[in-house]
Design a protein. Structure first.
Length: 306
């Protein structure tokens, strides 16, 4: 497999795309899974682009790799260097397109793999998801493999309450992964709020989990500086990247940027008191305390998340 991969990687990008188009989707997914050491998994709008860019930048700088967007955004699970694990970044199970009842509860697929699970306060996730589906989803065009599209044209309250990709879906998705965290060979929970509070320490923790503990603290700090919200917003506004991962739908509309606000408890800017109370109640009643987001849990930060 390794010799085949080496030959394949030397082929022109356009030719590789053509070859993939000839193969069944199930076969492509099987091969991608076999070719993965570590999965970076999150529900959409949890800060995944930020984390993957931090990891990719640190890897590129340490190993003196080309300024390649595939490396920076970890868009390819090929081995960039013999010492770098093959990382696949996914919204596993495409939860934003499912109702709670439709979510996959069996995670034995990840046995033998490492998993980094990135979480964020579900109240912030639901508001950010609303703006993503309303303003940015059309950037990515139609997906022939999806029966449903991540597009929404209604109001925020309707989005929160809906069965497909609504607040209940987020809570259920989190609970499923909390219940299955013992299945992968290694499981690391990373919270967006902790990344915001101490990005250097959290990136260090992630790199160590990836087996990249030899990457220096100076590079870790530089990666955090490079991916600051202000610099990412500047790069997005300037069109620095070809990828739609970091590109606004409308340069004049802040709500269409990938780097929209990035605030903790930003949901307070959009929800009234009764809406917030309803979400708080759902968190208390239905979300496991493992993630530390329960509204009434004053000891959230002392919870063992390993």
């Amino acid at each position: 497999m390794n010799s085949f991969q080496a030959i394949y990687n030397r082929l022109p990008v356009g030719f590789r795309s053509w070859v993939r188009s000839l193969l069944p989707d199930r076969l492509l997914r099987w091969y991608a899974h076999q070719n993965t050491d570590v999965y970076l998994i999150s529900y959409p709008k949890c800060g995944r682009t930020w984390l993957r860019l931090m990891i990719g930048w640190a890897i590129r700088e340490h190993f003196h790799l080309p300024h390649d967007e595939d490396i920076l955004f970890l868009r390819s699970n090929r081995r960039f260097h013999p010492q770098v694990p093959r990382i696949t970044v996914i919204h596993e199970d495409r939860p934003m397109l499912k109702s709670p009842e439709e979510l996959t509860t069996d995670k034995t697929h990840f046995r033998g793999k490492k998993v980094i699970f990135l979480a964020r306060d579900p109240r912030d996730v639901i508001v950010s998801s609303y703006f993503e589906m309303k303003n940015r989803s059309r950037l990515f065009g139609e997906n022939p493999y999806e029966k449903r599209q991540a597009v929404f044209d209604g109001e925020l309250d309707e989005f929160i309450q809906r069965r497909i990709g609504g607040f209940d879906t987020i809570l259920t998705y989190y609970n499923i992964w909390a219940q299955n965290r013992h299945i992968p060979a290694g499981f690391l929970l990373v919270r967006y709020e902790d990344l915001k509070a101490n990005p250097v320490a959290e990136l260090r923790r992630v790199l160590d989990f990836l087996g990249l503990e030899f990457i220096s603290d100076d590079i870790v700090a530089a990666a955090v500086n490079y991916t600051s919200f202000e610099n990412m917003r500047k790069m997005e506004a300037e069109g620095r990247f070809q990828s739609n991962l970091l590109k606004p739908a409308d340069q004049l509309n802040q709500d269409t940027y990938k780097t929209r606000k990035g605030k903790i408890k930003g949901y307070m800017d959009y929800l009234n008191a009764s809406q917030v109370e309803a979400l708080n109640q759902k968190l208390n009643d239905h979300l496991t305390a493992y993630f530390g987001y329960n509204y009434s849990d004053e000891h959230a930060h002392s919870i063992d998340r390993i």
